[in-house]
Design a protein around this ligand. Structure first.
Ligand SMILES: Nc1ncnc2c1ncn2[C@@H]1O[C@H](COP(=O)(O)OP(=O)(O)OP(=O)(O)O)[C@@H](O)[C@H]1O
Length: 336
């Protein structure tokens, strides 16, 4: 595979997925409830707890399951009438283990490439390229039944990519992986877009892991849209400085000494999420009012004879945004 810069540019201004008041009702549960979305090119995270409706949404987008109400378009095609054409141009990595144990990764992915319409030689070449891209080398000739979870996830990713789609839908690709495996998978997902210009919709029930990988995050809960915005909007920098200092013989609790001096100088200090974590006592969260706050912190730490380990503008994590929004909602409900 070679980076397809031309295609990435062509798709820069195109809406990749649109849904309008999309609903899916099962007899006992509403899996999607009037969901309206507009997703552009790039890597988009679809996040929600188990049962939030993520897999249901993917099946509708692939034209595999009809919506009860509303409509959806993928790459400009209506899911209700163009399912087959959508599946030609979209790759899909299912959530559950669905790989045949007795065949090798190469045999399986070649088979999937042939099913997508590639001629035999092209299918073999693309399979070799794609398996290399996802990090499977000599193991690709061994039966899949002996693979680790991480290797199986890579095979599932490879079969989603082998027919050179314009968009891939990845359902919980980090499921069952250890932290290192997760990081590797998230890196691969990011490169699907940066190296090949393929747009990605990736689901996860872990909000935090998407903030490093995605350009845009959509959050759903109980089939309803909670929020859809760019990751940078979620994680915008705040006017809070995280300051970490060392201790000294004179000041065995260096952070407290700095805290006292700054408070006496009229600076506002916050309790942070870090509070209570190992080593967290050394971190101060300082409200910055301008350049002078940086100077004041630096001079205060120096005057006390302490070491300044770090002083940086703090970013919100997506999870914090939700925690504080949930708290606001709770307070509003209590006030009623
Ligand atoms: N075929 C079905 N029949 C009845 N209910 C269904 C069906 N498929 C999904 N559901 C229900 O719809 C809701 C949403 O399920 P869905 O699988 O889309 O959630 P999810 O966000 O993908 O979570 P998970 O990661 O656990 O699969 C759940 O309550 C589920 O039980």
């Amino acid at each position: 595979m070679t980076p397809d810069v031309a295609r990435a540019t062509t798709f820069e201004n195109v809406t990749v997925i649109v849904t309008e008041s999309l609903s899916k009702r099962f007899p006992r549960v509403t899996a999607l409830d009037r969901l309206s979305l507009d997703i552009g090119p790039g890597v988009t995270g679809l996040v929600g707890a188990n049962g939030a409706g993520k897999s249901t949404m993917i099946k509708i987008l692939l034209g595999l399951s009809p919506a009860t109400e509303g409509r959806a378009e993928v790459l400009g095609m209506d899911v209700a009438t163009s399912g087959a054409a959508i599946r030609e141009r979209v790759g899909y990595m299912p959530e559950h283990d669905c790989l045949p144990p007795d065949v090798s990764a190469t045999e399986f992915v070649v088979h999937m490439a042939r099913m997508s319409g590639l001629p035999p030689t092209a299918a073999r070449e693309r399979t070799a390229d794609t398996l290399r891209h996802v990090g499977l080398y000599e193991e690709r000739y061994r039966p899949i039944g002996g693979y680790s979870t991480g290797m199986k996830q890579r095979v599932k990713l490879a079969q989603a990519l082998v027919h050179d789609p314009q968009l891939v839908l990845l359902d919980e690709p980090t499921n069952g992986l250890d932290p290192v495996g997760r990081d590797e998978m998230l890196g691969l997902i990011r490169r699907i877009h940066t190296d090949f210009g393929i747009s990605v919709l990736v689901t996860s029930h872990l909000l935090g892991e998407l903030e490093r990988t995605c350009d845009h995050v959509v959050v759903i809960d109980g089939g309803k849209l909670l929020r859809s915005s760019s990751t940078s909007d979620f994680t915008q920098t705040t006017a809070t400085l995280a300051v970490e200092v060392t201790d000294s013989d004179t000041h065995p609790d260096g952070a407290q000494a700095v805290r006292d001096k700054l408070a006496a100088a009229g600076v506002t200090l916050h309790e942070g999420l870090e509070h209570g974590l190992p080593g967290a006592g050394h971190i101060l969260l300082v409200e910055a009012t301008g350049e002078e706050t940086y100077d004041l912190v630096r001079d205060t730490v120096a005057d006390l004879g302490l070491g300044l380990v770090r002083m940086e503008q703090r970013r919100h994590h997506i999870a914090e945004v939700f925690r504080s929004e949930a708290q606001d909602q709770k307070q509003e409900a209590n006030a009623l």
